[in-house]
Ligand binder design. Sequence first.
Ligand code: C2E
Ligand code: MG
Ligand code: MG
Length: 601
Amino acid sequence: MSIAAIAPVPARRKAMSRLITALALFVLCAVIFCTVAGSVLVRQADDRQEVDRRNALLGAITDLRASGANISALKPDVVRGLERIAGLKDLRFERDPVEDSNREMLSLLDKNGRIAGWFSWVPDRSMSRALGTLGPFLAVTAVLLIAFAIGALWQVRRAVRDLHKSERLAWKLAHEDMLTGLPNHRKMIDLIERALAERASGEVVALALVDLDGLNDVNDASGQEAGDQLLKALAARLRELLPRGAIGARYDGDEFALLLTAPDVASAEAAMRTITMSLGRPFWLNDQAVHVGATAGFALAPEHAQTRDEIVRRADLALRAAKRRERGGVLGFEPAMDRDFSDRRFIERELRRALLDNSLDVHYQAVVTSDGQRIVGAEALLRWTHPERGAIPPMTFIPVAEQSGLMGKLGEFVLRRAISDARRWPELSIAVNLSPVQVRDPQLVELVAQILSDLGFEPSRLVLEVTESVLIDQPQEAGARLAALRALGLRLALDDFGTGYSSLTYLQQFKFDTLKIDRAFVTPLGRSSDSQAMIQAIVALGRALGLTLLAEGVETEEQRVLLRLAGCEEMQGYLFARPGPREALDRLLEQNSPAARSAVA
Ligand code: C2E
Ligand code: MG
Ligand code: MG
């Protein structure tokens, strides 16, 4: 199956051209026919009149005979009379036949049956003569008519050609991606339908959706044209990689689709993986290696789906799961993804309700100095207790909120609540997590400034935590927004440091105040010497960049000591305090107050 298979049929164009030629021939024949037929008719009319006049002459002679006149010697006045009666021109009566081919003749017999003489007259062919005079004029008219007809037909032909051109263009626009020349989304949907309908028994139809990572990076860093070049290069590579009969399409922005029919599941899966992996290899553009990762999800028919909508939906579910699980990976559909999907729908619905009901809460986890003695801040963590499902962790509902457009409202709720609560703890800084979706919102800076001023909160006490993923998609835009936030006087922390992508680049490029070392580096401390070396390297890096180092997820005294020895200044973890409601932090602060500490001492 190929894209040309559904292209507009060229036979239609051929038929149109034939019709135009036929019309031109018809007009030409019509003009010739009219000319010939016209002259024949005119001649016939003249002949008929001639016959009538001859008959009239014969009738008049018969009457003359009947009146007993002497036929053999007709007087000139009788001849004139006959001439008038028969309507003839220049009628003469002579004994011998005239030798003038331009004159018509009629013999007159006497009563003995012998020729008594000859009538002759000039035939009246006025109509033929008139036609002869009009001839050149008619010929010119006919030529003009033919020329006009040819001109008109040429115009029609051109109009038809233009129509075909625009029809072809419209068809291309509707079915082809203009940039890459690959089939577009709409076309791919048709092709999927067709592949499923034509699938022979035992065959497998595979559909993969491939998402490109980092295309926006290329657009931001090198401009839209470079992004376009990259997409073209990608399409060219895709064409090379596709096995016979397979189709690659530009599905949506930075999403591509692969469709193929294979003899069995194993070869379909292998082909999908090979192609996706090859798409993820770097490209050479303008003498530079450009790296875009490719993550794919695929579904198979009949294993996972029977219909077009089902295979598209399930390939999409697999892609979403692949993106969540591991960028750059390839994941086939699994039934659990369907459950996951309905679960996400449930969460989205219930979260909307929770936002309206005000049934969300914010808990606080203390941030302490590395000696564990002093609380210097708190991190606000969103909490949701569902009436039936109980506590739903933020890692479950935040991605749903991000995808369903609820993150803006959710984020605003946490900011307001956290800043409002933090007024109880004037000596602490308050850290609030920002989702990448919030950072992408152009209104964010205004919103934060508004909340700070509404609640009369000192900006320097607010810390906004972002993860590296914020900087992946649109580094320039995100960078500018973060700088604008920082300009409000608040502080920025890079959360979960070490779990993202190219941390060093981002650390150099964007200005942060605090580096939060992820729990993944803290947990193995004391168990492996590598982890100790890793922490030391991160601390050295943070120090070099003038950042405050904060370790997350500190659970044991051994971890605390090792982190402190490595030079980590602040810590957060179950060792000091679990996240809890604001009253819990009130109590903790009370116990931790200098008065309380000296009382204990
Ligand atoms: P995070 O910002 O890195 O928050 C720290 C997470 O580690 C919290 O999980 C906290 O309860 C947990 N934690 C703290 N100390 C320890 C420890 O010693 N051991 C262990 N095992 N865990 C510890 P939580 O509350 O489930 O939040 C998970 C993630 O959800 C957060 O990671 C953050 O990325 C996100 N999150 C939470 N609240 C919000 C919010 O209001 N907005 C946004 N955008 N994200 C939020
Ligand atoms: Mg955090
Ligand atoms: Mg963290």
